[in-house]
Design a protein around this ligand. Structure first.
Ligand code: S5P
Length: 252
């Protein structure tokens, strides 16, 4: 199914916007901008912003953080037309994640269109995040699978994540997964652990190629070191974008 044909299947405004912008921009590439220097982060986003549909951040790895960085990232988001996904991987009880999502240093709910959560605490984690995210039109991804070797998100755990997503599908827009896990056009699957040539990283990360990830039915490829460690980050982003989009065109 084409991305644009899935807009009507979801009620969540962030999911709608994401399908729309992927189709408009013709890119299913998300960058994992895991750099620690705020200026390097901004330069990376400036260089790659036109190639991506999603900027995935780990805001807590940025040194010398101040909230001006968020203002600048939001300006770049408007300029280059992408969504922001703070990869916070919440993992606590509902009341605690609600505070972590909305308060503290980062006030994630105020600027991040998408965030994600582990399902190990059960559905209370979704309810807590939903209490602050829903009114702002945000979307949540559940970690139904992981990319690292030996991870425990398999079998029944993965199945439970899919059931929880169905139950809260006004707020849960999809999954982190290694492949399409459920045949339902409203859910978006994003796959990390993607690198041209495949391989691993010495700390149990496992890489799949963009072609194989998309052939497995995922919707968005998440690429970090494959892009930001390249000599020419723009050119690398263009290569991944083309690989991801060509692979998608083969599926429709
Ligand atoms: O299972 C996972 C889930 C995530 S969100 N495996 C992952 O690697 N990630 C994230 O994807 C990880 O936190 C990092 O930001 C990115 C992968 O980065 P790369 O440099 O290995 O491409």
């Amino acid at each position: 199914m084409k991305y644009e044909d899935r807009i009507e299947h979801t009620s969540n405004p962030t999911a709608k916007r994401l399908f729309e912008l992927i189709a408009e921009k013709e890119t299913n590439l998300a960058i994992a901008a895991d750099v620690t220097d705020p200026q390097v982060l901004l330069d990376l986003v400036k260089a790659t912003g036109d190639e991506i549909c999603v900027l995935k951040t780990h805001i807590d790895v940025v040194t010398d953080y101040n909230s001006d960085l968020i203002d600048e990232l939001v300006d770049l988001k408007e300029k280059h037309n992408f969504l922001i996904f703070e990869d916070r991987k919440f993992a606590d009880i509902g009341n605690t994640v609600k505070l972590q999502y909305s308060q503290g240093v980062y006030h994630i709910v105020d600027w991040s269109d998408i965030t994600n959560a582990h399902v190990v605490p059960g559905p209370g984690i979704i309810e807590g995040l939903r209490e602050v995210g829903m009114d702002k039109g945000r979307g949540l991804l559940l970690l139904a699978e992981m990319s690292s070797a030996g991870n425990l998100a398999t079998g029944k755990y993965t199945q439970k994540a899919l059931e929880m997503a169905e139950e809260y599908s006004d707020f849960v827009i999809g999954f982190i997964g290694m492949k399409k896990l459920i045949d339902d056009p409203k859910f978006i699957t994003m796959t990390p652990g993607v690198k041209l040539g495949g391989g691993g990283d010495g700390l149990k990360q496992q890489y799949n190629t963009p072609e194989n990830a998309i052939a497995g039915g995922t919707d968005i490829i998440i690429v970090g070191r494959g892009i930001y460690e390249a000599e020419d980050v723009k050119q690398a982003a263009q290569e991944y974008r083309k690989a991801g989009w060509d692979a998608y065109l083969k599926t429709i």
